[in-house]
Design a protein around this ligand. Structure first.
Ligand SMILES: Nc1nc2c(ncn2[C@@H]2O[C@H](COP(=O)(O)OP(=O)(O)OP(=O)(O)O)[C@@H](O)[C@H]2O)c(=O)[nH]1
Ligand SMILES: [Mg+2]
Length: 465
């Protein structure tokens, strides 16, 4: 991907009314544009009061101007920031003036793209710029900042460095075949390879959590009619989103609500109670409820625990029968929510986990009351765990799906390399696996990334970034 020689400009602040609005300009024409509008180029990195004038010399606005020479700017090129008043018309007039002086409108993400192409930041950092801006919670903002400041990239470089050193060592030994046998038997190689695998695992755990903070999870609430699914939906979302009534079969449509639970963006889905029914509309509701299970990351299976243990067990067995097929295709966690513990509790005497675990491996059980809110702390904790978040993991990195894929591929190559070494004593193949692992990691920082991928990443940014 080549950097275009154009000077680019865009309004960097959100559209609308505001005390201050900022126009950002990047490229070689910056000194001319500053002079054209204000008569001079300000001192580098010094906020300078100026009058911004049109081509007829009439004042458009007055405000601050900031100039960053190419050596010390975000994009790696001369950058000018024009801080005017944040009105739609003022911003438009200022931008038009900048364009008349030779700049062209910037494409989405083009400032960050230039920063990447000029080696000011790597690809993971560029993505973190967008992720920080789009953060929906404090936890996700913190992890984005960690990636932006280069902590994630530093871990990747450290891993890459270790892979290179080991590879060079292995390749050197291959060149002297008489020493190769001794060398491959060397315990230190195995140890170094193991150390790389452990480090890689740690980075994956931290990145996986960051990706949950970024992508969020879908939580489907399912269960028999009247179990209190809609009541649970309402309590979790903090508002009366769904109609609640003592009549079985109240909810028919699928209801969705977007919220943040413990820093994670969560899409909460309430569904119709699952039962056999002659009612066409309700049947359609049940069909839709079942299909939500396949789309979810975590299923909350709600059971009314106010009946006798036998009734509760019967309800769980009935649900398993109905859900059997969809659960076959589901690879997330099921949280069995024993509801209505304000009336009676069977949670102590019935183990739903024992009943469900033959069908689904990852299942847990909590006892709550959607009416009083009792037990919700435990429920929140379980949701967090089931989403793959672990509060003891420190230094979470904001990561995207593509980073996780690249890390998974790197881990596979390292594992294959370990096998080649210990089972086949094949130095040549070990070196090849190390090279492939290094390549996979290079995709994260953008060292080995196609123009196509880069294009797609920067396109998803907004204008002015
Ligand atoms: N005592 C008590 N009653 C509850 C609790 N949760 C729900 N209920 C009551 O149970 C009845 C059914 O609640 P809903 O939330 O409508 O149940 P649902 O599972 O959504 O039912 P459908 O939409 O018909 O499938 C209502 O009368 C609620 O007030 C609870 O924790 N304790
Ligand atoms: Mg309902």
């Amino acid at each position: 991907m080549a950097i275009s020689p154009d000077t680019i400009a865009a309004v960097a602040t959100p559209g609308g009314r505001g005390g201050v609005g900022i126009i950002r300009v990047s490229g070689s024409l910056v000194p001319d544009i500053a002079e054209g509008m204000t008569g001079r180029l300000p001192e580098p990195r010094r906020a300078t009061l100026a009058e911004f004038r049109g081509d007829d010399h009439a004042i458009i606005d007055q405000g601050l101007m900031l100039y960053f020479p190419g050596s010390a700017s975000f994009t790696g090129e001369p950058v000018l920031e024009i801080h005017g008043h944040g009105g739609l018309v003022v911003m438009d007039l200022l931008l038009r003036r900048v364009l008349a002086l030779g700049a062209r409108p910037a494409r989405a993400g083009e400032f960050t793209e230039r920063a990447f192409l000029n080696d000011k930041i790597d690809l993971a950092q560029a993505e973190a710029v967008a992720d920080l801006i789009d953060s929906v919670s404090e936890a996700s903002a913190r992890s984005a900042v960690r990636s932006l400041s280069g902590e994630f990239s530093a871990c990747i470089s450290d891993l890459t460095e270790q892979l290179i050193q080991l590879r060079v060592y292995v390749e050197a030994a291959i060149d002297f075949p008489e020493e190769e046998i001794d060398f491959l038997a060397d315990e230190r190689i195995v140890k170094r390879l193991d150390a790389i695998a452990i480090l890689l695992k740690d980075v994956r755990v931290r990145a996986t959590q960051g990706s949950v903070l970024r992508e969020g999870i879908t939580l489907a609430i399912v269960g028999p009619p009247n179990a209190g699914k809609s009541s649970l939906m309402n309590r979790l979302s903090g508002q009366p989103v769904a109609i609640v009534s003592a009549q079985a079969g109240t909810t028919r449509d699928v209801l969705r609500e977007q919220l943040v639970i413990r820093g994670m963006p969560v899409q909460l889905v309430d569904t119709a109670g699952i039962r056999s029914t002659a009612d066409d509309i309700e049947q359609e509701g049940v069909r839709r409820a079942l299909s939500e299970v396949t789309n979810a990351n975590v299923v909350l299976l709600v059971i009314d625990q106010s009946g006798s243990p036998e009734i509760v067990k019967g309800a769980i067995r009935g649900m398993l029968e109905e859900l059997k097929d969809v659960l076959d295709d589901f690879d997330g966690d099921v949280i069995l929510v024993f509801n209505k513990n304000d009336i009676a509790s069977s949670a102590g005497s019935v183990s739903g986990v024992d009943l469900i675990s033959p069908l689904i491996e990852r299942v847990s059980q909590v006892s709550v009351s959607a009416v009083t809110g009792n037990g919700f702390d435990a429920l929140y904790e379980q949701i967090e765990r089931s989403a793959g978040m672990n509060s003891t993991v420190e230094g979470v990195f904001m990561a995207r799906r593509r980073h996780l894929d690249a890390l998974a591929r790197a881990a596979e190559h390292v594992m294959e390399g370990q096998a080649q070494l210990t089972m086949n004593a094949a130095g040549e193949l070990l070196a090849e696996e190390l090279r492939s692992a290094q390549r996979s990691l290079g995709e994260i920082t953008g060292e080995f990334s196609s123009d196509d991928l880069l294009g797609r990443i920067f396109e998803s940014f907004c204008i002015g970034k």
